[in-house]
Write a protein that binds this ligand. Structure first.
Ligand code: KG4
Ligand code: ZN
Length: 373
C-alpha cells in the first residue's frame, strides 16, 4: 500500500492516560515474528484479554522462522485473534480509546499485516493510533507486570530509571531506560543475539526449534564444567557482546564427538554452553554498572526482558548480581517475556500518555533501533 492510500486520520483531542475519569483502554497488536497476538490492556495495568497465536508448529520442520510462511499465517490469523480478544473481554471497538501495533523492527511481511489491521481498525472507528517499536514493547513491559526476586509482583511495575538486559531472538542489548522514548544504548552484540545462539546450538544438537527453552531444560540436568566454551570479550573492557565464538566452539566440539550423542553428552553440552552465555551476560552487566552514563543515571533496578529472559540461569545470575550491587531485580512474568500483544498495548498506552500518536502516514520498518525513538 502506498502512503497516499492511507487516509489521514482524525486523532481527536484525547491525550494523557485517563479518558473521562476512567482508565484508557488500548488494543495492542503484535505480528513481527512468529506470534500473532492481540491484547486489551488499560492504563490501570489490567490485562482484560490476551491471545497469543503461536506459529511455532508451522516453522518447526524448517528449524527456524520462514518469513513468507509467517506473513501468510499472520494474514490468516489476525482477524480471529483480534475478534476473540475483544469477545473475551466483552468489549467492542467503540469501547477502545486507542489502537497500538508493532510498526517494526521485525519481519516486514508480518509487521505489515498487524500494522495494516491496526490502521484499518483505528481509521474505521476514529481512534488514535500508536506505532510501537517492538523493542520498546519488550523494554516497557516490566512496567506493566514485573516479578521481583522474592517471587512477588512489583505493585506498580518497575519505576524509571532501570538498567535493562534486553535479550531476544533478534536483539541483545544493555540499555539504560530513563523514561518513555529515552533509551541509552550501553552495550550490544557485535554478531548474534543471545536467542540466536541458543537456537543455533539447539539446531546443531538436533533438539528442535525454538532452542532456548529446550537448552534451558537440558542444562538443568547437565554439568556446566564439562566443556570449556570461550567467554568472548569478557577479558576486554566495555559492554558489548559476541556470541559467534561460542557458536564456533560448539560446532568444533560436535565435529569431534562420537555419534550418536548420548543424553549425558547433550545435557552437559547444554549446561556448559549456557554457563558461558550467563558468564558473558554478567561480565558485560558488571561493566555496565561501572559505566559513567549508568552511574550518573543511578538505576535502582536491574531488569531482564525479551524471550531469553525466560532463562532460569540468566534470571538467577542477574538476581545475584542485583543483590551484590544493592539493586532490585525484576523480570516480566514468563508469558510476557516472549513476543505478545500485551507488551505492545502497554507500550501503546505509555506513548499515548505522552502524546506520541501517529498524525501522518508512516511506513513500517524492518530495522528501527530504539535509540532512534
Ligand atoms: O522476544 P522473542 O519472543 O522474539 C524476538 O523478539 O526475537 O524471543 C525469542 C527467543 C528465541 O530465540 C528463544 O529461543 C528464546 O527467546 N528463549 C529462550 C528461552 N525461552 C525462549 N532462550 C533461553 N532460555 C529460555 N528459557
Ligand atoms: Zn521480541
Amino acid at each position: 500500500m502506498t502512503d497516499e492510500k492511507i487516509i489521514q486520520m482524525d486523532m481527536g483531542t484525547l491525550t494523557g492516560d485517563v479518558c473521562d475519569n476512567r482508565p484508557a483502554l488500548c488494543l495492542g497488536i503484535e505480528s513481527s515474528c512468529d506470534e500473532t497476538s492481540a491484547a486489551l490492556v488499560d492504563s490501570n495495568r489490567n490485562i482484560l484479554a490476551h491471545i497469543i497465536y503461536s506459529q511455532i508448529p508451522e516453522h518447526q520442520k524448517y528449524g527456524g522462522v520462514v518469513p513468507e510462511l509467517a506473513a501468510r499465517a499472520h494474514i490468516l490469523a489476525i482477524d480471529a485473534v483480534v475478534n476473540q480478544t475483544l469477545a473475551r473481554a466483552g468489549k467492542n471497538i467503540d469501547d477502545i480509546d486507542v489502537v497500538a501495533a508493532t510498526a517494526g523492527p521485525g519481519l516486514i511481511g508480518g509487521v505489515l499485516v498487524g500494522w495494516m489491521a491496526a490502521t484499518g481498525i483505528a481509521q474505521s472507528a476514529g481512534k488514535p493510533l500508536i506505532a510501537v517499536n517492538h523493542l520498546e514493547g519488550h523494554a516497557l513491559v516490566p512496567r506493566l507486570r514485573a516479578t521481583l526476586a522474592d517471587g512477588t509482583d512489583a505493585p506498580r511495575g518497575v519505576e524509571f530509571p532501570y538498567l535493562l538486559m534486553l535479550a531476544s531472538g533478534g536483539h541483545c542489548q544493555i540499555l539504560l531506560v530513563r523514561g518513555v522514548g529515552q533509551y541509552e544504548l550501553v552495550g550490544q552484540t557485535l554478531d548474534d543475539s543471545a536467542g540466536e545462539a541458543f537456537d543455533k546450538v539447539a539446531k546443531m544438537l538436533g533438539l528442535g526449534y525454538p532452542g532456548g527453552p529446550i537448552v534451558d531444560a537440558r542444562a538443568q540436568q547437565g554439568n556446566p564444567k564439562a566443556f570449556r566454551f570461550p567467554r568472548p570479550l569478557c577479558d576486554k573492557p566495555g559492554c558489548d557482546f559476541s556470541f559467534s565464538g561460542i557458536k564456533t566452539a560448539a560446532r568444533t566440539f560436535l565435529e569431534r564427538a562420537e555419534m550418536p550423542l548420548t543424553e549425558k553428552y547433550i545435557n552437559d553440552f547444554c549446561a556448559s554452553f549456557q554457563a558461558a552465555v550467563v558468564d558473558c551476560i554478567t561480565n558485560r552487566l558488571e561493566n555496565a554498572l561501572k559505566d559513567e552514563r549508568v552511574r550518573h543515571g543511578a538505576p535502582q533496578t536491574l531488569v531482564v526482558a525479551g524471550g531469553v529472559a525466560k532463562n532460569s540461569a540468566i534470571r538467577a545470575a542477574m538476581e545475584k548480581m542485583a543483590i551484590k550491587n544493592n539493586m532490585i531485580f525484576a523480570a516480566p512474568p514468563m508469558n510476557l517475556c516472549t513476543d505478545n500483544g500485551a507488551m505492545i498495548a502497554w507500550a501503546g498506552l505509555e506513548n499515548y500518555a505522552v502524546g506520541k500518536v501517529v498524525h501522518e502516514p508512516i511506513a513500517p520498518r524492518p530495522r528501527w533501533p530504539l535509540t532512534e525513538l
